[in-house]
Design a protein. Sequence first.
Length: 116
Amino acid sequence: MQEHSDINYSAILKWGIALLVIAVIVHILMYFLFQYFNAEEAKLDPKPSPMFQKDQTPPEPTLQRTPALDLQEFRAQEQHLLSSYGWVDKEKGIARIPVSEAMKLVVAKEKAEASQ
């Protein structure tokens, strides 16, 4: 059997309430301490330059937003240049021809030179 006179419930309850009040006070004091530290740290931060603008864009070259798509478009343009006819400089009379046609012309020229 348990004797009720051995445990002082009111002292335990008072002790628990005192611990709770102390914990709340400590948390409130820590909040104000951190606010103070933040204010002191803000004083030490250097001021931004008057030339600084928040919406300022970085200088070129910028990062690619879609590198895979950019590479695909680049390769398509290169393939078009390699497989089509067109002028490089019309005034000077410089034109481009497809690579396959250029290779045929080189082979024909080599055969002609070899047969001479």
